[in-house]
Write a protein that binds this ligand. Structure first.
Ligand code: NAP
Length: 284
């Protein structure tokens, strides 16, 4: 049986949806009980908090493989350590960890690099999936201003990013969780090309028929805007740090790992934009 953690999250939800279709025996772990109502039918459900070892032990009973997702918060590494400690004691034989592209170049990928190191030193068999920034971030984080102001904000200048569609991360996760031969490997998951935010704005403009603009802010102003919007200071700093990493071209590499894993090209940004057209419609 396969345990999907973070099952209510952006990536966990997609992995769960795709793996449920394969007929594999799956258990979905939710931290927030009420969110489990969204689980696909046929999937076993468990409530689990990384801070509560007993809940991890219950979730891990009879599990062979784990899809490990930590939240993008300051304690990601310590939460994943707690999970790994319990996984090591359980009968699970393989962890597929959702990591991040970027090595130690910015706060978020650095947390994941630390977590990868812990997993390697634990002796648990692992596969690391290291995605670049998600295409769906333009819906989750920028959708509101795209729809209300025909604009989105950042601080990455003309730095290019080879965004990845969450649906491709889901497919890569299913592959590595259901096949052998992926242990000890790391896959860096990117889209087909690196795009500047001005180019992203052009694509979204073409598909929506409205002129959508990217507004580049100086780092301090960008951070203040995030804090004013209610983000905790740590998250505002981490997002700003990521934007400066993007500005330096740190996330512009394109890999062929999706092609190798899935034997098809990654979903293009143009395709994503067409598929999510509804999410970029102006409120009536
Ligand atoms: N966004 C990007 O572009 C990007 C790029 C590369 C890598 N990543 C990495 O991808 C990962 C997942 O991203 P995401 O957008 O899917 O995150 P997300 O939507 O915030 O999902 C996080 C999940 O973790 C669960 N969770 C939080 N605290 C927990 C705890 N104490 N015990 C058990 N579960 C807990 C959450 O449950 P609740 O819903 O109940 O809170 C949620 O299901 C992050 O580690 C992020 O750094 C993101």
């Amino acid at each position: 049986m396969i345990l999907i953690t973070g099952a209510s999250g952006n990536v966990g939800k997609e992995v769960l949806k795709q793996i449920a279709r394969t007929g594999a025996q799956v258990r979905a772990a939710y931290q927030t009980v009420s969110k489990a109502a969204a689980a696909p039918s046929g999937v076993e459900i468990v409530t689990m908090d990384y801070n509560e070892p007993a809940s991890l032990q219950t979730a891990l009973k009879g599990i062979e493989r784990v899809f490990l997702v930590g939240p993008p918060t300051p304690n990601l590494t310590s939460l994943e350590r707690k999970a790994i400690d319990e996984i090591k004691q359980s009968g699970a034989r393989h962890v597929v960890k959702l990591s991040a592209m970027g090595g130690r170049g910015a706060t978020y990928p650095r947390q994941h690099a630390d977590s990868e190191d812990y997993i390697k030193s634990s002796g648990v068999a692992y596969t690391f999936l290291r995605p670049n920034g998600f295409m769906q971030n333009f819906v989750t984080y920028n959708g509101a201003t795209i729809n209300s102001q025909n604009a989105f904000y950042g601080s990455q200048g003309d730095g290019k990013v080879s965004h990845i569609d969450i649906r491709d991360i889901g497919a890569a996760a299913v592959k590595t969780l259901t096949e052998d031969d992926h242990e000890g490997k790391a896959y860096t998951l990117t889209g087909t090309e690196a795009l500047s935010n001005d180019r992203v704005a052009e694509i979204l403009s073409d598909d929506t028929g409205r002129e959508i603009k990217y507004v580049d802010l100086p780092p301090e102003q960008f951070k203040q805007a995030l804090v004013d919007a209610g983000l905790p200071e740590w998250s505002a700093d981490a997002l700003n740090d990521l934007q400066q990493f993007y500005r330096r071209g740190g996330a512009s590499a394109v890999t062929d790992d999706i092609q190798k894993l899935l034997r098809r090209k990654p979903i293009s940004f143009e395709q994503f934009s067409r598929d999510y057209a509804q999410a970029f419609q102006r409120a009536a």
